[in-house]
Design a protein around this ligand. Sequence first.
Ligand SMILES: *Cc1c(COP(=O)(O)O)cnc(C)c1O
Length: 426
Amino acid sequence: MEQHIGTKCVQGGYTPANGEPRQIPIIQSTTFKYETSDAMAKLFDLEESGYFYTRLANPTSDAVAAKICELEGGTAAMLTSSGQAANFYAVFNIAGCGDHVVASSSIYGGTYNLFAVTMKRMGIEFTFVSPDCSEEELNAAFKDNTKAVFGETIANPALTVFDFEKFSKAAHAHGVPLIVDNTFATPVNCRPFEFGVDIVTHSTTKYMDGHGAQVGGAIVDSGNFDWKASADKFPGLCTPDDSYHGVTYVERFGNAGAFITKATVQLMRDFGSIPSPQNAFILNLGLESLHVRMKRHCENGLAVADFLKKHDKIEYVNYPSLEGDKYYELAQKYMPNGTCGVVSFGLKGGRKAAEEFMKHLKIAAIETHVADARSCALHPASATHRQMNDEELVACGVYPNLVRLSCGLEDSEDLIADVAQALEKI
Ligand SMILES: *Cc1c(COP(=O)(O)O)cnc(C)c1O
């Protein structure tokens, strides 16, 4: 019987046997004991699955990864130590020096830096396209050496909505998978695999944890991408890996398991960005209430966005679930039950008004974080984007008067009252 998303949030990934702990045990052990060298050899040869060293696999992390896999409707998943590591592994698993990737230009700043600066230094070239581009513009971005397409369901902080069907159609026509960072929507509000996405990543630091308690990431494979059909593009998956006993991942693990197995036994082995078992446990506590919390985050986001939209000191509001928003139709198509709790808006009176507004907030704290139980706000022009002048800010869509407000789980009346009193002071 296929369970609903809330039941999966609470119970997915771990089913204790008779007399075993009800809660996922924290296996805080680097290593695991075997009776014979032969038994261990089978694990190294990937002939049997089992644990031997926590850098490669740990039962606590695996249980939490299995829950996220169920939530997304995938075939295999892994945890990483951060969202940055998840996005790096997801792309680097199939693109190397001399390869090319098409990415949406509307993505998290940290991911943009990873792609445009650090991975570029590794010899991987990125072409950034607007999420609103036409099919012609999108198709023109592909090259013979393109290995993947990358986007973000709801972009942080621009709050643009990614058109899965447009991008997956183009990716598949060129024989490459579509990778999507689903951090802001979470699988409660959006399951990208249902719309043609092949691989999903997460910063679990955000809503999945939801309490600002751990930094983490996850990668989930839909199992739908046919690697062998584009075997010449993906030698890492379709030809023997000399660094791992000559295993050919697609032959041994099929489309359902090849991508995550390779990312684990090759990339995690070599880069080692694992979460601690303790952090995986904390993440699971967040996941148990994700479906309850997302509903409240979305209700608060919509209430605050609606209030701001009607306020005469506000120039514009960006919130994809608000009627009239540029992305309202796309959001309704892919996320009819809600998007996220993050709202951005611009104050009349420019940068000065935004700076003044921030000084008077009492409930929302000034933080670079988002997607937390406690509301927080950021004025990017004086924080994350302060190295840019006003012209540069306008060019990248982060206007000098823009404030980003992440609505937490407080009562919406109090959040609105807080915003209202801060607006009165300017
Ligand atoms: C925060 C964030 C990341 C990076 O995640 P970390 O856990 O901070 O490394 C990646 N993508 C999105 C959409 C994010 O919001």
